[in-house]
Design a protein around this ligand. Structure first.
Ligand code: AMP
Ligand code: GLY
Length: 415
């Protein structure tokens, strides 16, 4: 099978790496990919959010499966265009991807399917926002109803700051605050059936101890030794399958990853958000542990032929990924600085480096080219060993001004 992966981050590097392990995958192409994917796959210059360009490239390369990484590509209708052209695609069409692209739509689906989530008001005016904030009380949760990659969300005890954020949004969702640890669960869906991957935990704040601003994610680990038994089955039964059924009844069958961002509150499991794609950087650890061949699995989803009885196989042990971020990430990351030490990091046993935001610069070699620059993955018999290996590898990396969290999986490793 010839596969094309769309996107250019650490998630896409992890996807390409896992696809390469599938004996039925004969070629992995990336559009556009990054310097890391160039080492294991064939990169192609491409705007992955240009449906026509993607279809042309897929036809030229005789691609049999396209795997879509980023949400912007889904929202641009690339899945729709590929399916229209008769090319199998893992990733929902534009209408179904609205489950991520519009928080109001996600809330509507959850209400219709009785999926447990935070109570919320969709507000069209300042008066409605004020009334909603006062109905819930602090801490206030205010969300911009658009695609904002986590940046559209403010959680604050400060009413004035909450109102300020709402003033800057076009349409606002004000939510009940959800207390409790967060879990990311990815389900692979074929429109009708779904199978879950291992749950993972992501670290969204920039600094140790969950301080600092929200980011795209500073690290992740799997499995979750502290998760209650039966969590995955419960989420499949109360969240994933009802959402799939609801979308199918609305004639927007969902083909791709349904990413349930969950809070395990004292009242039970609640959905914080849905995403229509693999989460980054959780994917880097989850795919590391997957023993079932990935290409075959994603192709079954794309063809509507997923076996609902399928039990995925997992390597024993744990994986931890630590994000090395650029100076001043997430505010205004500095780009273009040389990165060294990758070979030494890769040489650490049970550790490897995925490229997230890097670029090959003719004279200077590898330079930073994004906010999240590298994902350093460590594996081991348990979380303590995996995080030890990840951090041992991080030590070798040199990038001026870069920062990373030192507490990824620290608590969980003590469990
Ligand atoms: P979202 O873009 O909806 O995923 O929100 C980004 C982050 O904000 C989430 O991962 C949570 O950490 C936090 N958040 C969102 N909604 C809530 C909520 N209702 N209660 C508490 N925290 C929230
Ligand atoms: N890890 C959070 C996200 O991918 O949205």
């Amino acid at each position: 099978m010839r596969v094309l992966v769309l996107g250019s981050g650490g998630r896409e590097h992890a996807l390409a790496r896992a696809l390469r392990r599938d004996p039925s995958v004969t070629a992995v192409h990336c559009g556009p990919g990054n310097p890391g994917t160039a080492l294991i796959a064939e990169n192609h210059q491409l705007d992955p959010a240009d449906p026509k360009a993607v279809v042309e490239l897929a036809q030229r390369l005789a691609i049999e499966l396209v795997v879509i990484g980023p949400e912007v590509v889904l929202m641009a209708g690339v899945g729709d265009a590929l399916r229209r052209a008769g090319i199998a695609c893992f990733g929902p069409d534009r209408r179904a991807a609205k489950i991520e692209g519009s928080k109001a739509f996600a809330k509507e689906i959850m209400a219709a399917a009785s999926i447990p989530t935070a109570a919320a008001y969709v507000c069209e005016s300042r008066d409605e926002v004020v009334a909603a904030l006062d109905a819930f009380g602090p801490p206030y949760v205010v969300k911009d109803d658009g695609l904002a990659a986590g940046k559209g969300v403010v959680v604050t005890g400060d009413r004035a700051a909450a109102l300020d954020h709402a003033d800057g949004c076009e349409r606002v969702v004000v939510e009940e605050y959800l207390d409790g640890p967060e879990v990311s669960l990815f389900a692979l869906c074929d429109g009708v059936q779904a199978v879950p991957l291992l749950p993972a935990q992501d670290f969204k704040r920039a600094h140790d101890g969950d301080a600092g601003p929200n980011t795209g994610g500073m690290g992740a680990y799997t499995p979750l030794p502290w998760a209650p038994p039966g969590l995955v089955e419960e989420v499949m039964a109360t969240v994933v399958r009802p959402a799939l059924d609801e979308l199918r009844h609305r004639e927007m069958p969902y083909v791709g990853v349904l990413y349930a961002g969950l809070a395990l509150t004292s009242q039970g499991v609640r959905v914080v958000e849905f995403n229509a794609r693999f989460g980054d950087p959780e994917t880097q650890v989850v795919l590391d542990r997957l023993a079932t061949p990935l290409g075959t699995l994603l192709q079954a989803c794309a063809l509507g032929a997923l076996d609902p009885e399928l039990e995925l196989a997992w390597y024993p042990g744990a994986a931890v990924t630590v994000v090395v971020a650029a100076e001043n990430y997430p505010a205004a990351p500095v780009k273009g600085d040389p990165i060294t030490g990758l070979d030494a990091a890769d040489a650490v046993p049970d550790a490897y480096v995925l490229h997230a935001g890097t670029k090959d610069d003719f004279d200077r070699g590898l330079v930073s080219n994004g906010g999240r620059v590298l994902n350093v993955v460590g594996t081991g018999a348990d979380l303590a060993a995996a995080r030890g290996n990840a951090y041992a590898a991080v030590e070798h990396i040199a990038l001026r001004g870069s920062h990373h969290r030192r507490d990824i999986a620290e608590q969980a490793a003590k469990h």
